[in-house]
Ligand binder design. Sequence first.
Ligand code: TYD
Ligand code: MG
Length: 480
Amino acid sequence: AGKVKVSWVCENCGGTFGQWWGTCPTCQTVASVKKFIEAEVSRARGAEVSEAAVRSKSWLSPKSGTMVPLSLADVNMGRNQSEWRIPLAGHFGMEVSRVLGGGIVPGSLLLIGGDPGVGKSTLLLQISAILAQGFNFKGPARIVYVSGEESIEQIGNRADRMGIATKDLFLYSSTDVEDILDKVQNPPPQALIVDSIQTVYLRGVTGSAGNIMQVKECTSAFLRFAKQTNIPVLLIGHVTKTGDIAGPRILEHIVDAVLYMEGERYSSYRLLRSVKNRFGSTDELGVFEMSESGLAAVSNPSEIFLSDNFPDSDVLAGLAIAVVVDGSRTFLIEIQALCVSDPSSASRYANGIKASRADMIIAVLMKQAGLKLQGNAIFLNVVSGFNLTETAGDLAIAAAICSSFLEFPIPNDIAFIGEVGLGGELRAVPRMDKRVIAVAKLGFKRCVIPKAAERTLTSLNLEITILGCKNLKEVINTVF
Ligand code: TYD
Ligand code: MG
């Protein structure tokens, strides 16, 4: 029998330790460290496969001794800029490319994470189809999409619904990593897609597909495969709340790049966010809209978080527009507030805004702007389920609360940008120029900003009135 290795692994962050901990020393999660008994991989496999066979499948275990240090000039010889990344064609492809920092890097391992049902398989099938159309390769393309979740007929049906009919896209259904890497090799594809990392397993590793050891070992096997063959591998990973299968978080440090797909179930928009990228910036966000035939890039995403009736219908009290920068995108987002006079309760409810931030803004409005919000239940909501994390949205939150409390609708041609301090003062936020330009572009006439930020905009020559205010009192006097 092979040697048995015992280790303790955190189910949340994947940290591996030599002993048990009640609280994970890395991520501080309580009761997440579990014991793993790992039979030594090469020995365990040796029982079934001959040594020579193991050696030829070099991606299964790290090879030593075959690599020597290479001069930088040799490494980069014969590889010009255009070959360095595989760009994706078309509107959709360009949006994906942008998030990836210009395209797929050959030999890289990519992880695309997201909640079940958010659209990962659809996204990857579309990417596969674009790659397979072969705009980007000199020779014939061969893209292999492997699914451990669906049969090839099911993937075929999905492709059919989406209008994909590319003969260079090859489908395969398997959950055995050795089998997958064996079968896709002949002839070598230009890219390999695996849906999903939680459904595949490696023989010789303890546990069933989806457990932490399997997920980590399989990812490492795909990483070695990608590096040794120079074939990019795109892995899908489900984010799971229940924790019974290991999520993409624990793989982030193994792979070269991590993208997360986000979106509310009731919204047709999907965001693709890069959270790690060894070959580019992580400051990128792609915006897509779902349809019967798959995802389409949204070319002008600034207004997707404004409600439909904006800006022509009757204006209600309690609405204010915030301006948020996320990656290289600027969004205008509608903030809604509802103050209900109710002396018996002072409940607060915030959706899309951190409760502590909302409480602070409410306290500042009472103390520094003299708003008598005591004895009011206050509800806050960010339209479309967007999570407002930037302090640049503070002023719009404050304005929405004022508007509802005073029952004074804010004219629908005003947007608000600025952070609110404890003294009620308005503070400048980064990327003022970018935000104001987005506001002007969407036809707004006025923009309330911190006085201190005015001078950064003087050179812009915008067709919009800038209302610089020092504090919340001034804002109330100017707008209400
Ligand atoms: P799917 O790609 O299967 O999600 P995941 O792989 O993340 O679990 O998408 C879920 C469902 O949504 C599926 O029935 C297809 C449908 N869908 C569309 O109809 N159009 C789209 O643009 C997307 C992204 C999904
Ligand atoms: Mg899927």
